[in-house]
Design a protein around this ligand. Structure first.
Ligand code: COA
Length: 274
């Protein structure tokens, strides 16, 4: 795996398995997404999906390197967008290929829980990476935004679609039409962020939630994720029908029996589908 994406394997506290902490590591370029990062993230997704020990994926950006003598340090960034230098001289066909079947779709399509841990700038493609995760935990230093309009562009990694579901039509329109930044507090208020905390508590809070999720049945988590997703892709009647089927099917799983019995016996469930 390339060094632009670093994976740390954090043991699960509840038993076997691990939480994959994935760091996008181009701090000198504010972790912007060049094609090397995109390829490495896609590779990470294939690895995470096929590795049974991975129970949750946490994505973050590398912290800034110490500033060279006499220079100001770079700001904190989750991801400051697509690497704009790669836009130069590209035509529509090339860009269409670069932005189709991309890493952000791969993250979105992971059938495992995903959390974005956001400290600093999450702009453009960075906002889109965060929105492609299931949950966003952000520090008070986080800044979200979709500034593409200032480049004569619109979001190209699914932001026009996914952001609408998080913040609603009017706010998504305002963000994408003004290109204005959204502070961490505002991001929390409008539903981009699930939790807001001081930078020094961000990792602890994120891992706490990741550990809680990772302690659940992987099979049931996958069903939950797919079923909740049905709410985005279908009208309410069709979504409720999909839920009814998924819910009923869980009654044929051992994990449902294990979970119910553990509750009745006041013990901790030992999931079959770890
Ligand atoms: N693509 C390529 N390089 C980027 C980048 C991006 N999206 N965002 C930041 N960088 C690079 C800068 O060019 C700079 O490189 P250098 O030190 O070699 O000159 C470095 O990262 C640090 O960024 P800098 O602009 O100097 O930091 P700042 O604190 O002055 O400003 C931002 C921070 C986030 C406001 C500013 O970098 C920015 O606006 N970035 C682009 C955001 C954007 O439009 N994203 C959407 C792209 S579609």
């Amino acid at each position: 795996m390339s060094e632009v994406v670093i994976i740390e394997e954090i043991p699960c506290e509840s038993g076997d398995g691990l939480i994959a902490k994935v760091t996008i590591n181009r701090p000198d370029k504010l972790n912007s997404l060049n094609q090397e990062v995109i390829s490495a993230l896609k590779e990470m997704c294939s690895w995470a999906e096929s590795n049974d020990s991975v129970r949750c994926v946490v994505i973050c950006g590398a912290s800034p390197n110490p500033a060279p003598e006499g220079k100001r340090s770079k700001p904190h960034a989750f991801v400051a967008g697509a690497d704009i230098t790669e836009f130069v001289g590209k035509g529509s066909q090339e860009i269409f290929e670069m932005f189709s079947d991309n890493a952000i779709e791969a993250i979105w399509n992971l059938n495992k829980p995903t959390i974005a841990m956001v400290d600093g700038f999450a702009l453009g493609g960075g906002c889109e990476v965060a929105c492609s995760c299931d949950i966003r935990i952000v520090s008070t230093r986080a800044i979200f935004g979709t500034p593409e309009i200032k480049l004569g562009l619109i979001p190209g990694y699914g932001g026009t679609q996914r952001l609408v579901h998080l913040v609603g039509y009017g706010r998504a329109m305002e963000m994408m039409m003004t290109g204005n930044n959204v502070s961490a507090e505002e991001a929390y208020r409008i539903g981009i962020a699930n939790h807001l905390c001081e930078p020094e508590l961000l990792e602890e809070k994120t891992m706490d939630i990741a550990q809680t999720i990772a302690s659940k049945s992987m099979h049931t988590l996958g069903v939950a994720k797919q079923t909740i997703r049905a709410a985005l892709d279908n009208g309410i009647s069709k979504g409720v029908a999909i839920e009814a089927k998924a819910f009923a099917n869980l009654f044929d799983t051992e994990d449902k029996e294990i979970g119910v019995q553990a509750f009745l016996n006041r013990s901790n469930p030992e999931w079959k589908h770890k």
